[in-house]
Design a protein around this ligand. Structure first.
Ligand code: ADP
Ligand code: MG
Length: 258
């Protein structure tokens, strides 16, 4: 069976800096991958390469069995993306924005319009369907971005901090949606710094540090391999971070300076 994502010896440099140093990953359909690592580890770069937004890499990247460098961009219609910092068009209404995105992904206007309204209704923001996105709260914008990433029913979903700005009730809905989509055979690539959520929903956790994969397995394997109890502890140990207490106390000393 073809893997939904296949990455072999992926390397990427920006100027002289090696940002990805040889990533290998094969991901099955119907999996939630927690793709985690410290700031600057190379998570977003990996995702942007797969999405065709960053060029100049070496190695092989195949999506649904097809090499993405073959010039055929059809695969992009089967992908959804929630970027860490989403650019929504503030001067458009939610309706204008979502029907525009839906049409970019190949949906008919009327279908996109109906789906967008229904999805906003379910997430409790239908009253704002015809309001400008610029007037929305952070949580409302985040809901619109999540809807825009899913309106075309993609087979692979890339999520970069998808829960940011959402209240606890909305977080529960979105987590349940992710699990439901996975059960339908979708592949979800989930990047977040909220370790409690990553450890709960991921079938497999890939920890990136400094451009290398330093751990790859399910939560139980990871805990066992380093004799730790939480993903936060696994994360800190494998990324060599132990001075948080020292840094916190230094920080407090400086703010107390007169
Ligand atoms: P993460 O998402 O894990 O925080 P990124 O993939 O965004 O990490 O970044 C990895 C490294 O690549 C960082 O050091 C970042 O500064 C660098 N980087 C990312 N994009 C660019 C770019 N367009 N030009 C130069 N350096 C970049
Ligand atoms: Mg990032």
């Amino acid at each position: 069976m073809d893997k939904s994502i296949f990455i072999k010896d992926l390397k990427m440099n920006f100027e002289r800096k090696e940002v990805l140093k040889g990533i290998n990953l094969e991901i099955d359909k119907g999996t939630i991958i927690g793709y985690i690592g410290p700031n600057g580890a190379g998570k977003s770069t990996t995702v942007k390469i797969i999405l065709g937004l960053v060029e100049g890499y070496t190695g092989i990247v195949k999506i649904f069995g097809e090499d993405i460098s073959n010039g055929n961009d059809e695969y992009k219609k089967r992908i959804g993306y929630v970027p860490e910092v989403a650019e929504t068009y503030e001067s458009l209404t939610a309706r204008e924005y979502l029907t525009f995105i839906g049409q970019l992904y190949g949906l008919e206007y009327d279908i996109a319009d109906k789906k967008a309204y229904e999805l906003m209704d379910i997430l409790g923001i239908k009253e704002s369907y015809n309001s400008k996105i610029g007037s929305f709260s952070k949580g409302m914008k985040q809901k619109v971005v999540i809807i825009s990433s899913l309106i075309h029913n993609p087979d692979i979903l890339f999520l970069d901090e998808p829960l940011s700005g959402l209240d606890a009730n909305s977080v529960m809905i979105i987590k349940e949606i992710m699990i439901g989509l996975k059960d339908e055979g979708k592949t979800i690539f989930y990047s977040s710094h909220i370790m409690e959520v990553v450890e709960k929903i991921s079938d497999r956790i890939v920890l990136l540090n400094n451009g290398n994969i330093v751990a790859d397995g399910n939560f139980d394997d990871l805990k066992e391999s380093v004799h730790q109890n939480s993903l936060e502890q696994v994360f800190n140990q494998l990324t060599g971070f132990s001075e948080y207490k020292e840094l916190a106390s230094k920080f407090i000393s400086v703010i107390k300076e007169v």
